[in-house]
Structure formats: structure tokens, C-alpha cells
Ligand binder design. Structure first.
Ligand code: NAP
Length: 343
């Protein structure tokens, strides 16, 4: 065990902000987790495991413990029969590369989750989803180191408390499990309609009538590339606010003032999901550059906050608060931050 000391955490968040970690260690095999946890426990240091840093905002104070960076690689396909394939991937695999390889193998189930930044192990935490697919639909099991039990455990999908962009790993058992791999159930076959509007429009524009995993991936790549900044080029952590879920009465009231406001159904028949991007856009927050904080909203997707030249996380949080206050004033809705503020 030889962790690095006093490591700048801004390099471990695609937002490029934050203080220092007392210690940081890359984990390359699941067997490395237990000794690392023991090392930290012996020194009474807190532990955090991260993946690609694409959904993390580090506080300026930094982290006084041990940060474990998950680099565990694995990609194993096991065919049950001609149609059903179980894919086990290491938590440290880059997610989009997992999607790409599964599509190349002709499998359907995760192709709509193309180009989502981050690692495979991060996907169950917030039940990552896009364009109608989410990880809970294909996830079979998670292998993780349980810091309470002090051992590797296998957690079936049914025990993950998955909900809309949430799970037990984000709520009741936040930071308890250090995920080492995930196993997905994918199938040989093709995705079918109905597709999300943006996807269907792409198919129509390109006169695509035969749908395939590769075709759906291509559509999602085109849609995302056209409207989202690449975190490798522009500091950002994707959508910064979750889509608010409100009572249907709130939607009815708001529609008096905003007849064109979109609202989608949810699992609860009395609740509706309002696209946060629409709220920001309508509040005039698209492509805004804030000279005070050095932060901005992305011109083609205002939900993405970008760090142009912010000096600290405090700047980012000040910009976030400006947005929340403006949206609250205009719509009476309080937006919630989506990326995790750590520690
Ligand atoms: P968008 O396509 O502009 O859609 C905005 C909202 O409308 C989303 O909440 C989406 O619901 C909903 N929506 C659109 N078409 C729908 C349909 N046919 N049926 C039901 N609901 C529909 O969204 P965007 O902001 O550019 O994001 C694109 C996709 O990536 C969305 O699916 C979004 O949720 C997803 N995304 C996920 C994460 C994450 O997992 N943390 C982060 C950013 C974006 P859904 O949210 O249910 O899809």
C-alpha cells in the first residue's frame, strides 16, 4: 500500500474544481479493495471510491481521507442461449466503451446509454438512464465490497432500490458499497419503437426504418454530440439539475401562464416530470456567461453548467444558487443538484 499524498482533486472531477485529497490510490483488481480499506481503517481515515469523476463536485476543503479510483477492468460475455447474453464488466471500465463493444457484438439493452461519461461501476448508483433505457432494466447483479461486512458481496438488482435516477447506493447505503463489477442481461435483437422524439426525428431525417442496436447508438451519438460539450474539452459534469417531479396540480397552474410547458408522465399517476432544461431555457438561462463566477450554461443545453474560468467550487455553487433562485422566482419550483457534492 503506497497511496499518493496531497493530491489535487480538481484532476479527478470533469468540472476541474476542488481541494486536495490527503491520500489517493488507484484500484486495479477487486482483491486490492480489502487491503486499501484496512489501511484506511487502521489510520481512522474516511474512504471514498470514485470512477471517472464525471458526476462529482469536490468541495474546496478537499477530503481528509483516502480516495480510491476504480480502474478495475473486465469484459466477459457469457451466452445462455442464442438470444440471451450475460455481460460482466469491471466497475472501472469506461462506460461508453462497454456500450460500444456490446453493440459491436449485436446486443441490445444499453445502446441508448451511449456517450454517457463515467465508468460502468457508477451507472447503478444513480440508475443512469437516457432515451427510454436505464441500467435497472438490464442489470442482474452487482459485485461490491461491503465496508460494513468487510467482504465482497453479490447484490441482485431487486435489492438495489432502483427508482428514477436513484438507488440505495445514493440514498440509504450511500458510500457503503465499493462496486467492483456489474453483470447485465443483454439480448440479441433489435430495439423497437416508440422512440424518444429526438431519436425518432433522427431516424426520420435519415430515412431509417430498420432499427438495430448500432443504429440506435448512432442516433444517440449524433444527438448528444450535437448538443453536449465533451468533458475532455470543456469542464462540465453533464446535466447539473435533476428533472423536477411535481404534483399534477402544479402543472395545471403553471400551464395557465406557460401553455407550452412540457410535462411527462411518471410512475405515480398524480405526478409529472418537467424537463429542467425547459425551465432554464424559459427563464432566459441558455448560453449565459457569468462574469462574477466564471461559470456558464451551455448554449445548446442549459442544463449543463460549464466551468470556463471559475477559481473555486465556491464560484460554481454561487452560480448554481443564482439559477435556483431565478427558477424558483419564475416557476415556484426548486431545482435539485444532480452531481454529488463530495465529501
Ligand atoms: P430531452 O430529450 O430534452 O428530454 C427532457 C425530458 O423529457 C427528460 O426528462 C425525458 O425523460 C423527458 N422525455 C423526453 N421524451 C420523452 C418521451 N418520449 N417519453 C417520456 N419522457 C420523455 O432530455 P435531455 O436533457 O437532452 O437528456 C436526454 C436523455 O438523457 C434523457 O432521457 C435524460 O433523462 C437523459 N439524461 C440522464 C442523466 C442521468 O442518468 N443522470 C443525465 C442527463 C440526461 P427521461 O428523463 O425519463 O428520459
Amino acid at each position: 500500500m503506497n497511496p499518493q499524498q496531497n493530491v489535487n482533486l480538481a484532476d479527478y472531477s470533469t468540472m476541474g474544481l476542488g481541494g486536495a485529497a490527503a491520500y489517493l490510490l488507484e484500484i486495479h483488481e477487486r482483491g486490492d479493495i480489502q487491503p486499501a480499506v484496512q489501511w484506511a481503517q487502521e489510520r481512522q481515515l474516511p474512504i471514498l471510491m470514485i470512477g471517472g469523476g464525471s458526476n462529482i463536485i469536490w468541495r474546496d476543503e478537499g477530503f481528509p481521507g483516502l480516495v480510491l479510483v476504480n480502474k478495475i477492468k473486465r469484459f466477459e460475455m457469457q451466452a445462455e442461449d442464442e438470444a440471451n447474453v450475460y455481460l460482466t464488466v469491471g466497475a472501472g471500465e469506461e462506460w461508453d466503451s462497454v456500450v460500444e463493444r456490446s453493440v459491436q457484438a449485436g446486443l441490445t439493452g444499453i445502446e441508448a446509454l451511449s456517450l454517457i461519461p463515467g465508468t460502468a461501476g457508477a451507472t447503478p448508483v444513480q440508475n443512469v438512464g437516457a432515451y427510454g433505457q436505464d441500467i435497472s432494466q438490464t442489470l442482474v447483479t452487482i459485485e461490491a465490497y461491503d465496508t460494513q461486512a468487510g467482504q465482497l458481496v453479490t447484490i441482485p438488482a431487486g435489492d438495489c432500490a432502483f427508482g428514477y435516477r436513484t438507488s440505495r447506493f445514493k440514498t440509504t447505503d450511500r458510500h457503503r458499497f465499493l462496486i467492483s463489477s456489474i453483470t447485465l442481461h443483454l439480448t440479441r435483437g433489435n430495439p423497437g419503437p416508440p422512440f424518444y422524439r429526438a431519436v425518432q426525428s433522427y431516424f426520420d431525417e435519415h430515412d431509417i426504418k430498420k432499427y438495430s442496436p448500432a443504429g440506435l447508438r448512432e442516433a444517440v451519438l449524433a444527438i448528444r454530440n450535437a448538443k453536449l460539450p465533451d468533458p475532455a474539452v470543456v469542464h462540465n459534469t453533464g446535466s447539473f439539475f435533476a428533472n423536477p417531479i411535481v404534483d399534477e396540480g402544479v402543472v395545471a397552474q403553471l400551464r395557465d401562464r406557460f401553455p407550452a410547458m412540457p410535462a411527462w408522465e411518471t410512475d405515480d399517476p398524480h405526478k409529472r416530470k418537467i424537463p429542467a432544461a425547459w425551465l432554464l431555457d424559459t427563464a432566459g438561462l441558455k448560453g449565459v456567461k457569468d462574469s462574477q463566477t466564471g461559470m456558464a450554461t451551455w448554449p445548446t443545453q442549459p442544463l449543463v453548467l460549464v466551468n470556463e474560468r471559475a477559481a473555486s467550487t465556491a464560484d460554481l455553487l454561487a452560480f448554481k444558487q443564482k439559477i435556483i433562485t431565478l427558477v424558483q422566482k419564475k416557476f415556484g419550483i426548486t431545482l435539485e443538484q444532480e452531481p454529488e457534492l463530495l465529501p
